[in-house]
Design a protein around this ligand. Structure first.
Ligand SMILES: Cc1cc2nc3c(=O)[nH]c(=O)nc-3n(C[C@H](O)[C@H](O)[C@H](O)COP(=O)(O)OP(=O)(O)OC[C@H]3O[C@@H](n4cnc5c(N)ncnc54)[C@H](O)[C@@H]3O)c2cc1C
Length: 396
């Protein structure tokens, strides 16, 4: 197995680097690199820059507007974006609902939604989880009752990421309560402007409004918004989750954050020398760097094995990737000591240019630490990933 990039891969990487150099706006790059909060327009602006280049949806087939890249090229793109510090292209449209529409939608749905997703004309959010239905997703209770040419939707979704900005939500709804729970679920696309929808913020540990509760009170949804067949939604839901977990290892971002950690640990001093040279702290950083290198090799092995999306191996990548991301934030806070404690929300949100504490690099890191507790929960909690590994890889 050859894990080195070929000359063609390296030439592709140069092309990507040149594009990012020329097109990534400095203000966006600074926000990302300094861990400041991104606004709706920041995400949309970067998405559209990529869309103009034809690179907003790297995994899409060419017929729908994808660039036709190999898995290795997609990996290089993700790595280079992370290295440069681009805002993410949010997955809800491009990587979640779009593959479902491509695979199970009808011609009219493909023609209408896919170009809009590609250009970020609609902001999508994911309506899967409910209170009481997260890991046990199939127990979901939001109902959709067919009345003439509409479904009437009632219930509640929760943890809806960035739903406050959304134009559209894709929802799992119960259309038959009399059969086995997986067999009575359907997949509906719902316009967030429909009367009867209420979005309420959930404020995270870092005081950020990132997730929401979404309530449906007799919401009328046209039947043409049903994907595929009624009561077959569980199949489509699982297909989508396979797409959700790819790229979740976030190796590129962790490499960028490792450099940031080293920068802080070089500036902080202990016993008259840089903290990074302290044997105990230095060993922690080295150990994490080795773990990250091992994860990168594992990602490359998965990619090299076959030019398709990973199966249960994605669970391994998710667990190690999220653990490493969390450890990076822990070591950053440890390196800063008391300097990392203040919460300067105004600086984070761009209401003030420089942090009140005088240390722009340190100001966001307590919030960053708290925010990143989420990585071992979302996308299927790490315990659930361990169950998948136990059953699908170890065969226990
Ligand atoms: C920041 C954030 C953003 C999110 N964004 C979205 C979104 O946009 N859309 C959406 O639909 N959902 C979203 N989620 C929801 C996410 O998918 C769920 O939180 C996750 O699936 C866990 O479900 P739960 O919160 O109900 O916890 P529970 O399922 O109640 O789990 C509680 C604990 O029990 C453990 N556990 C549960 N079952 C088992 C088991 N069988 N074996 C071993 N351990 C188990 C879990 O690992 C966890 O530690 C988001 C969550 C977070 C934190």
């Amino acid at each position: 197995m050859d894990l080195d990039y070929t000359a063609t891969d390296l030439a592709f990487r140069d092309t990507v680097r040149a594009f990012l150099e020329a097109n990534l706006p400095t203000d966006l790059q600074q926000k990302v690199r300094m861990h400041r909060r991104l606004e709706r327009d920041d995400y949309v602006r970067w998405h559209r820059i990529c869309a103009k280049q034809g690179w907003a949806a790297p995994a899409w087939p060419v017929e729908f507007g994808g660039p036709g890249w190999s898995a290795t090229e997609r990996h290089i793109w993700e790595e280079e974006c992370a290295r440069a510090g681009t805002p993410p292209i949010l997955p809800f449209g491009v990587n979640m609902v779009a593959p479902v529409i491509m695979a199970f939608g009808n011609a009219a749905q493909k023609a209408y939604y896919l170009p809009r997703i590609l250009n970020c004309d609609d902001w999508w959010c994911q309506g899967y989880s409910e209170p009481g239905s997260g890991s046990d997703l199939a127990s979901l209770k939001t109902t959709a009752e067919r009345v003439g040419e509409h479904y009437i939707v009632n219930g509640q979704k929760t943890w809806t990421t960035l739903g406050q900005h959304a134009d559209m939500i894709f929802c799992l709804v119960r259309t038959d309560g009399t059969v086995r729970k997986q067999e009575g679920i359907s997949f509906l696309l719902i316009d967030m402007k429909t009367p009867g929808i209420t979005v309420r913020p959930i404020i995270m540990l870092d005081e950020e409004h990132e997730v929401n509760e979404v309530f449906f009170d007799n919401v009328k949804v046209p039947v043409e918004n049903l994907i595929g067949q009624e009561n077959k939604g569980w199949t489509y839901a699982k297909y989508l989750l396979g797409h959700e977990r790819t790229g979740i290892a976030a190796v590129g971002r962790s490499k960028r954050e490792l450099l940031f950690l080293k920068k802080i640990a070089t500036e902080q001093r202990k016993g008259g020398r840089p903290l990074l040279q302290d044997p105990v702290f230095g060993a922690k950083v080295a150990s994490l760097e080795i773990e990250l290198m091992a994860l990168e090799m594992t990602v490359l092995r998965v990619i090299t094995k076959a030019d398709h999306r990973p199966g249960p191996e994605a669970s391994l990548l998710k667990i190690r990737g999220s653990e490493i991301q969390q450890q990076l934030t822990e070591l950053m806070l440890e390196a800063l000591g008391p300097a990392g404690l203040p919460f300067d929300t105004d600086y984070l949100e761009g209401k003030r240019e420089h942090a009140l504490t005088g240390d722009d690099a340190a100001a966001p890191l307590a919030g960053y630490y708290f925010n990143f507790r989420k990585t071992s929960i979302y996308g299927g909690s790490n315990e659930i990933q361990k169950n998948i590994i136990t059953q699908m890889i170890l065969g226990l």
